[in-house]
Each structure stands twice: as structure tokens, then as C-alpha cells.
Design a protein around this ligand. Structure first.
Ligand code: ADP
Length: 166
């Protein structure tokens, strides 16, 4: 699997699937979740209600339609909320593992990822990047490209540094 990085908005990515850093309720929220629901339109929330009547557990992943987005699917994950004391790192790496497993089930070959838990959930950015790269580098998957989407230039630079460090 190739690991790439771009700076931009995940809702604009022309890939098979984009990953959403959702919350357990799975009914939309702030940050990247809000952006995905706004750009995808009401079909995304409708599908969330249908497929996740009881929400989704921290560390788990599931998929919905991508509605109006260029991608075909949204793969929703629930990252651990570091700010509220969820600091078990395996919950964070699990999000990336499970997202890739769902992508394989769907037959998605290109998948764009935000930096899960590194926004309002407060996971330290450098470690959030390292956790993603650890999973990507060891992944056994049919996914050909994992595209890390940095929302700002400092995150973009930090991801590039981590990629170079190897
Ligand atoms: P969490 O609650 O899991 O921390 P956030 O949405 O608050 O999720 O933030 C996760 C990461 O996604 C942060 O690095 C944030 O800057 C980034 N982000 C926010 N909006 C977008 C977007 N439209 N595209 C890509 N990344 C985004």
C-alpha cells in the first residue's frame, strides 16, 4: 500500500472512500464530521440512522453512502476522546485497522484519512501521526493508496517529516 499526504479538505478528495472521524452517536458532529455531513448532504445522516441505530463503539468502523461527495463511500470510525481520558492507544490504531478492513470489504482501493482524534478529541498530533503510519506500514490489505489529508500546513509538514523518518 502506498502512503501519500496532501494538504486540503477531505470532502474534496476524489477517492473510493473517505474516512470520517465520527463520534459514538453517529448522528453528525463538529470538525471533519460536520464537514462531511454538510458536503455529503442528508443521505449520509439517513444512512447513519439506518445502519447504526445504536451508534458505533470507540475504535470501530462502519460505512455509509457518501451522498453528494465525489467518493463512493464514507467509512466512519470513532476515535478515542483523549481529552475525556480515553488514552488507550490501541483504540486509535484500531480505527485505522478497522477502516482498512471495511475498505477491503467494500473493494475500495483508494482511501483518504483525516488525522483521527487529533482535533477536538485532543490526541497529541505527533503521536496521532505515528499511530496512523504504524498501521499503514504493517497493513495487509487490498487498498492501494492510503491518502492522509492534512487540514493545515503545519500538520502537512509534520506528516511529511514522519514519512521521511520512515
Ligand atoms: P476528532 O473529534 O476525532 O478529534 P476532528 O474533526 O475534531 O476529529 O479533527 C480530526 C482532524 O481532522 C484534525 O486534524 C482536524 O484539523 C482535521 N479536519 C477538520 N476538518 C477537516 C476537513 N474538512 N478535511 C480534513 N481534515 C479536517
Amino acid at each position: 500500500m502506498e502512503i501519500t499526504v496532501v494538504e486540503g479538505d477531505i470532502t474534496a478528495q476524489d477517492v473510493d472512500a473517505i474516512v470520517n472521524a465520527a463520534n459514538r452517536a453517529m448522528r453528525g458532529g463538529g470538525g471533519v464530521d460536520g464537514a462531511i455531513h454538510r458536503a455529503g448532504g442528508p443521505a449520509v445522516l439517513e444512512d447513519c440512522r439506518r445502519r447504526f441505530p445504536a451508534g458505533l463503539a470507540t475504535g470501530d468502523a462502519g460505512w455509509t453512502t457518501a451522498g453528494l461527495l465525489p467518493a463512493r463511500w464514507v467509512i466512519h470510525v470513532v476515535g478515542p476522546n483523549y481529552n475525556r481520558g480515553e488514552r488507550d492507544r490501541t483504540l486509535l490504531t484500531s480505527c485505522y485497522h478497522r477502516a482498512l478492513a471495511v475498505a477491503d470489504d467494500l473493494g475500495a482501493h483508494t482511501v483518504a484519512f483525516p488525522l483521527i482524534s487529533a482535533g477536538s478529541y485532543g490526541w497529541p498530533k505527533t503521536d496521532a501521526i505515528d499511530a496512523a503510519l504504524e498501521v499503514f506500514r504493517a497493513a495487509q490489505t487490498q487498498v492501494a493508496e492510503a491518502r492522509m489529508v492534512a487540514f493545515d500546513s503545519s500538520t502537512y509538514a509534520a506528516i511529511q517529516d514522519a514519512l521521511r523518518r520512515g
